[in-house]
Design a binder for this molecule. Structure first.
Ligand code: HAM
Length: 409
């Protein structure tokens, strides 16, 4: 028997419903912000991620699902959406009309990480990218958009951390200072951080093992006046609209960030980032496009659903249609279609089972009402409508049934 591949999952029941509800919330809020959908492919050239996501990242170094296709092209399953959006922006000449464009994407990403709770090898991201706007207002809007999706979906318990990683002018100095500082304690670093020291020293600060040891005493980022001004404007625009913590040790695992970075975190586990993002002002140019600044984020859909806990009951009523006799099956079947035409959620059709079997199924589907028909009802053009909570039952003409169901609170 074939089995699931490690790190991959079947998603069903309440979790599937929660993911769908989250996608609806996101689409609703994206519309409010004038962000339009961009459907990027699942497969891209491997080179795209190597260049854009970055050679120093864990993603590129060890987590990519890459393969050679029959035409000897080196391809990869996308580990994140931002490089694909940037490629599409350049390739489709989106900047032609106006460089300012706002896109969202919803889709599965693939990373060969060590699987654990909240960390999967295939997971869903809902992402947004604001391209072409260098103003702090773009950073603040991106963050508030994310907050509004959390609010619409119902996630209440999370914290927001923000930081500025500076630009090509001020970051190299900081990077160097950090390498010098950490090199003196190299023997105390975990194996992963020993390896990170030269290629991505900022990551040492958010390592779960080494971060706490060095965070306090490590040199702090000194932003250049332009980055300082940008960051203080972002904070000013956020003040009073969202609670946030400035965390000077918040660094991100991707190479392309400049200036503002942020993370929405829920819970204490090591996989507590439910969404994250930041500015990437140099990425599009480095990929051969024009000098287009950008800021964006991606939300881990499964982690966001987990942060919600259980999905609130949407209060929609469901009807289950039961046929008591073989002769009435078609009559019952037609009623099912009539109710659906009227916009009522309807299940049924298990007509080869007796009434007990059908009512049991009604219970399993969590229907609140049953429509029951036998020979008498068929003759009279009626149906019995049973409230499955109170047990109350009343006969209605088929022509009045949908209205009667809608009237029930
Ligand atoms: P990221 O931090 O790599 O950023 O991923 C964003 C979110 O995806 C994480 O905060 C987490 O919720 C979720 N996630 C990541 N890996 C996994 C996994 N293995 N299992 C489950 N969930 C996961 C990016 O991907 C950037 N592209 C975000 C961005 C967009 N920055 C600018 N624009």
């Amino acid at each position: 028997m074939a089995k699931l591949v490690r790190g991959f999952r079947d998603i069903f029941g309440p979790e599937a419903a929660a993911l769908t509800a989250l996608e609806s919330s996101a689409r609703k809020v994206f519309k409010l912000y004038g962000v339009s959908e961009l459907r990027i492919p699942t497969v891209e050239q491997k080179e795209l991620f190597v260049k854009a996501t970055g050679t120093t990242t864990d993603i590129v170094q060890k987590e990519m699902y890459s393969f050679e296709d029959a035409g000897h092209r080196l391809l990869a399953l996308r580990p994140e959406g931002t490089p694909g959006v940037a490629r599409a922006y350049i390739e489709n000449n989106f900047a032609q009309g106006s460089p300012v464009q706002q896109f969202f994407y919803i889709g599965n990403m693939f990373r060969a990480e060590r699987p654990q709770a909240g960390r999967y090898r295939e997971f869903e991201q809902i992402g947004a990218e604001f391209l072409g706007n260098p103003a702090p207002a773009a950073d603040a809007q991106a963050i508030l958009l994310l907050k509004d999706i959390m609010k619409d979906f119902g996630v209440k318990h999370y914290s927001v951390k923000i930081n500025s990683l500076g630009c090509e002018k001020c970051r190299p100095l900081y990077r160097q200072a950090l390498i010098e500082y950490l090199s003196s304690s190299k023997d105390d670093l975990c194996d992963l951080c020993k390896d990170r020291l030269e290629r991505n020293p900022l990551r040492v600060l958010d390592c779960k093992i080494d971060g706490p040891k060095f965070k306090e005493s490590a040199p702090k980022m000194a932003l250049c006046p332009e980055c300082e001004e940008h960051f203080s404007q972002v904070k000013k625009l956020l003040d009073g609209k969202i609670e946030y913590i400035v965390d000077p040790c918040l660094v991100r695992g991707l190479d392309y960030y400049t200036r503002t970075v942020f993370e929405f975190q829920a819970g204490e586990s090591s996989q507590n980032a439910i969404a994250a993002g930041g500015r990437y002002d140099t990425l599009i140019k480095s990929m051969g496009g024009a000098d287009i600044p950008a800021v964006g984020w991606a939300m881990g859909a499964e982690r966001t659903c987990a942060a919600l806990g259980s999905l609130p009951d949407c209060g929609e009523k469901k009807v289950y249609v039961v046929s008591l006799e073989k002769d009435c099956n078609e009559y019952a079947f037609n009623i099912m279609q009539t109710l659906r035409d009227a916009g009522i959620i309807t299940e049924g059709g298990l007509f080869d089972k007796n009434i007990k079997g059908q009512m049991k199924q009604a219970d399993r589907t969590k229907a609140s009402l049953a429509v029951i028909v036998g020979g008498t009802e068929k003759e009279r053009g009626t149906a019995e409508l049973k409230d499955l909570t109170s047990g109350e039952q009343k006969e209605y003409l088929i022509s009045e049934l949908a209205a009667a169901i809608k009237n029930i609170k």
